[in-house]
Write a protein that binds this ligand. Structure first.
Ligand code: G6P
Length: 611
């Protein structure tokens, strides 16, 4: 989720590294740094904040270095600070390293290294890698890197400098993209082609578990098990704007397509398979309070509010704890009944939403324990909550939230599972849920792949984009999804859309149904599927057009509705993670057809820091 740039050649490295970082900055990183070879010494310069601040810091110095590595950070372990920024170094300060990804077993490795006498200066998982290489070094640096990487569980894209080998830049990849740019007598390293496209369009994509050693004369690529790799040099043909967006036309689409990875990141390192539970160490100080609590309140705004509603159903079903959900803006201004020891979860992608922050403060003032579910590490809400869980969705640029929503819902699943296992749920059921959770990223990838190949949702959008009203209906876990689908459409296409619990239709919205009102039904397999079918019939008999999201294998529904979008089967409480994807895509394609500004819709802001 962070950005890496590296260079080795004859030109001054610092301007190239800084320019590369700037090309990646659009994602909104929180700190930056670089390591270079300056006068035969390894020099590390880091700064909290935007790249402009790092630029100011180095503006008045002439650097002669012709090789180096640089990084823009999106914090995952440890708040954004100069200390936690990359490069990170080992104890002897001879190894400087930049890292993208998350090391799942960093805590175990840290304990192991501490026993060996290593002392750590930061809260990052990255510092562990530098120390692990230092520990493994026995005269052969490449071998030390290999030995260290074999110990890591999780994901990494790495750029490494070692004081003993001034003319080299090392790189390694596992689960986090990294490419080498090939110039004339110079080589580049980047996590994203945008960072180096100005200099070369000849690239080599490092593959999983490959290590590269770059020098002015060329590169050697080997695998972790010491096999030599003959790499393929490819030519980049994208334009710069597309590269920034990972080949997509908009950030929103990029973020929709990132969801198989971001969902995996939400549960990475958090599944406790032997216990059939989840491991959320951030909440550890409050485990007993959570176990004994007889009331949980969740408060949030916008899309995060919809995730909260799913959280209510989840926690009540899996953990049997009563949950109330309230808009943060309402919560903060009425006099909510809170007793000391009550738990209030606040959910916020940005961690800066003014109403959510104020609701948190109000809850804490009244004696509640405030727990956070945030994306942005070190944000105001993350800092002010008593404890919390990060969703690790990475920077979300599109104003309409997509990947943060699914990561919030995944995190709520982990919380509900953990609470369930602390209470009545047996290990077998927990294990079964863990297995289903692990299959979700692949199922989301299937939905996205299917759409890429068959354009079913795009074709529906082409047919309906001129309609002016839409109704979204769902029941149970799909009711909040209906709300979220309607919100997505409103936000980016400016079409009036309403989400409703399907059964409530007959208490009002049914009066609106005619041939001009498309109705989107979430009709996936669950215990109340038959009831949804009755609601669909009520709409059809009144001339409404029905688009249904249904479970694969349900051929019957084809007879009943105008269009069907299929999603894979899963447990009913995991369905929102799948059923929301077609609704995100539908809103996207309708908005594209209407010529709307997808990533920055009118009147909306990504982070609402005012009331
Ligand atoms: C704004 C954004 C929404 C977001 C809401 C809450 O309205 O446009 O996408 O859901 O704020 O934001 P938060 O960062 O607290 O989740």
């Amino acid at each position: 989720m962070c950005g890496i740039v590296g260079y080795i050649g004859d030109r001054p490295a610092v301007p190239i590294l800084m320019e590369g970082l700037e090309m990646l900055e659009y994602r909104g990183y929180d700190s930056a740094g670089l390591a270079i070879w300056e006068n035969n010494k390894l020099l590390c310069i880091k700064q909290r904040g935007k790249i402009a601040r790092l630029k100011e810091l180095i503006a008045h110095t002439e650097y002669s270095a012709t090789s180096g590595i640089a990084h823009t950070r999106w914090a995952t372990h440890g708040e954004p600070s100069e200390l936690n920024a990359h490069p990170q170094m080992d104890g002897s300060k001879k190894i400087a390293l930049v890292h993208n990804g998350i090391i799942e077993n960093y805590y175990t490795l840290k304990k192991y290294l501490e026993k060996k006498g290593h002392r750590f200066e930061t809260e990052t998982d990255t510092e562990i890698i530098a120390h692990l290489i230092e520990e493994a070094y026995d005269g052969d640096f490449l071998e030390a890197v290999r030995v260290a990487l074999l110990e890591l569980e999780g994901t990494y894209g790495l750029g490494i400098l070692f004081e003993g080998e001034p003319g080299k830049v090392y790189a390694a990849r596992h689960g986090s993209p990294l490419l080498i740019g090939k110039g004339e007598g110079e080589y580049f390293l980047a996590s994203d082609a945008a960072a180096i496209i100005r200099h070369t369009n000849q690239v080599i994509y490092l593959k999983e578990k490959e290590i590269a050693c770059l020098s002015r004369d060329g590169y050697d690529i080997t695998t972790l098990d010491r096999k030599t790799v003959v790499p393929m040099v490819e030519k980049l043909s994208w334009d710069l704007h597309k590269i920034e967006k990972g080949g997509h036309d908009h950030f929103m689409l990029k973020e929709i397509y990132e969801q198989p990875i971001t969902l995996q990141n939400a549960f990475r390192g958090r599944l406790d398979e032997p216990a059939g539970s989840s491991r959320l160490n951030g909440l550890k100080p409050y485990f007993s309070l959570l176990r004994e609590s007889n009331r949980i309140i969740i408060t949030a705004c916008g899309t995060s509010f919809h995730a909260s509603l799913i959280g209510e159903y989840l926690i009540e079903e899996l953990a049997d704890i009563p949950v109330e959900v309230e808009y943060a803006s309402e919560f903060r201004y009425r006099n909510p009944v809170i007793n000391p020891g009550n738990i209030v979860f606040v959910i916020s992608q940005s961690g800066e939403t003014a109403d959510t922050l104020a609701a948190l403060r109000e809850a804490q003032r009244k004696g509640a324990v405030g727990l956070g579910i945030c994306n942005v590490v070190g944000s105001s809400i993350a800092r002010e909550t008593d404890a919390g869980v990060y969703i690790h969705a990475g920077p979300e640029i599109g104003v309409a939230s997509t990947k943060a929503f699914t990561s919030q819902v995944m995190t709520l699943n982990l919380i509900a599972l953990m609470l369930g296992r602390m209470k009545g749920m047996g290990v077998d059921r927990g294990t079964q849920i863990l297995k289903e959770i692990q299959m979700i990223p692949v199922k989301v990838a299937n939905i996205l792949e299917n759409e890429k190949n068959n354009l079913i949702i795009k074709n529906i959008a082409d047919q309906y984009y001129q309609w002016n009203n839409f109704l979204y209906l769902g029941r149970s876990y799909n009711y909040p999804v209906a709300l979220e689908g309607a919100l997505k459409l409103k936000e980016i296409s400016y079409i009036h859309a309403e989400g409703y619990p399907a059964a409530e239709m007959k208490h009002g919205p049914i009066a609106l149904i005619d041939e001009n009102m498309p109705v989107i039904f979430l009709a996936t397999d669950d215990p109340i599927y038959e009831k949804i079918i009755s609601n669909i019939k009520e709409v059809k008999t009144r001339g409404g057009n029905v688009i249904a999201v249904a479970t694969e294998g349900n051929n019957f529904i084809r007879e009943l509705v105008d269009h069907v979008i299929y999603i894979p089967p899963t447990e009913p409480f995991l369905v929102p993670l799948l059923s929301v994807i077609p609704l995100q895509l539908l809103a996207y394609h309708i908005a594209v057809n209407r010529g709307c500004d997808i990533d920055q819709p009118r009147n909306l802001a990504k982070s609402v820091t005012v009331e």
